[in-house]
Write a protein that binds this ligand. Structure first.
Ligand code: SAH
Length: 346
């Protein structure tokens, strides 16, 4: 049985208690804390300002993480996809993206093993749902990416595997750690959801300061419920209404994510309907080109279609961006996280 104390995930008070319980000076905890969250060193012995005796104690009694890097793929655009093994043998993936012209380093992280939402077009959905990640498993993805690359992550998107709002407490717990311990600003954190209305309501009550992104992907109920089963429970109009009240309560704009799929939701009429549906919603639109994968029949839209769609939304007064595709050659792009290795469990 592994009974070592796991470091990544502990707050300062917990580390102080560990030091005191082990007859060390309390202030060593702050040094340890910085090594974990800001420097993300790989080895206890890299913590050069800790006395040898403290390091020996840490080596004996602790380990950094309960999850580990099982595999890593690097795309020709620099994107890195990580496969993490969890302590129960399950797998999740995370992706590190760099954009040449920006200093930002964005990590896309997972909140669940698999996903229960069953979106027809998404590779993760094909895995089914296995379990929620614990708070420490969510944030250890960040620690391990930082330790592996030696780089400090500046932005986080909760757009990996799983539905973050269905792992609500651990989501909120992990954001607190990202903000307080990794020192990542609330505005640099984005949570994406397929639209779990009661949880959006709860977020608004929390005075949520990070960005909320909604995987809308359709301009109306009929199309949405064909491709996203969640729409049968949480209806299109109710979702838009809830988002309006969310923006009023928080004063924050939401991001509408819209994956364009050929002949499914990419017509001129769809663009017009979408523009009308979100006209009074304080929002920006992020258009995503469908990433094709072998498990699905959905197709990428034509280039002209994308431009037309964008133009119609812009003409209605919306700020529209087209998401840069990253890591498609290593199946790291949106909707491609399927943890191929996890097939051994299925
Ligand atoms: N469950 C959350 C978080 C996942 S984010 C949510 O639904 O928002 C992953 C994003 O990628 C979602 O917007 C999802 O709908 C989108 N996606 C899924 N498959 C895709 C694909 N093949 N191409 C592009 N985007 C896809």
């Amino acid at each position: 049985m592994d009974t070592k104390v796991i470091l990544a995930g502990k707050n300062l008070e917990e580390l102080e208690k560990f030091m005191i319980d082990n007859n060390q000076s309390k202030f060593r905890a702050k040094q340890l804390y910085n090594w974990i969250y800001l420097k993300s060193v790989k080895e206890i012995n890299d913590m050069t300002d800790l006395p040898i005796s403290t390091r020996e104690l840490l080596i004996e009694k602790t380990q950094f993480c309960s999850i580990s890097i099982k595999d890593k793929q690097i795309s020709k655009d620099g994107t890195i996809k990580y496969l993490f093994e969890l302590k129960d043998g399950n797998y999740v993936e995370a992706v590190l993206m760099r954009f040449d012209n920006r200093a930002n380093l964005t990590a896309c992280i997972s909140t669940q093993v698999g996903c229960a939402m069953g979106c027809d077009f998404c590779a993760t959905a094909k895995l089914g749902f296995k379990r929620n990640l614990e708070t420490e498993e969510i944030i250890q993805q960040i620690y391990l990416i930082q330790a592996d690359t030696g780089l400090k992550i500046t932005n986080i998107v909760y757009m990996g595997q799983g539905e973050p709002l269905l792992n609500f407490n651990n989501l909120i717990g992990s954001i607190k750690i990202l903000r307080e311990q990794f020192q990542i600003g609330a505005r640099r954190i984005t949570v994406s959801t397929c639209g779990i209305i009661p949880k959006i309501k709860e977020l608004a009550e929390l005075d949520f300061q990070s960005t909320l992104a909604i995987s809308l992907h359709a301009p109306n109920q009929a199309i949405r419920e064909k491709i996203m089963p969640v729409a049968k429970e949480y209806k299109f109009d109710d979702l838009i209404k809830e988002l309006k009240s969310y923006t009023q309560k928080t004063g924050r704009r939401v991001t509408i994510e819209y994956v364009l799929m050929k002949d499914i939701n990419d017509s001129v009429n769809d663009a017009k309907q979408l523009a009308t549906a979100i006209a009074k919603l304080k929002s920006n639109v992020n258009l995503i080109l469908y990433n094709q994968n072998e498990k699905s029949n959905y197709k990428k839209p034509l280039k002209e279609t994308v431009q037309k769609f964008k133009y119609i939304l812009e003409a209605s007064g919306k700020k529209v961006t087209i998401r840069l595709e990253r890591g498609a050659d290593i199946d790291a792009a949106c909707g491609q996280l399927s943890s191929k290795k996890s097939c051994r469990n299925s």
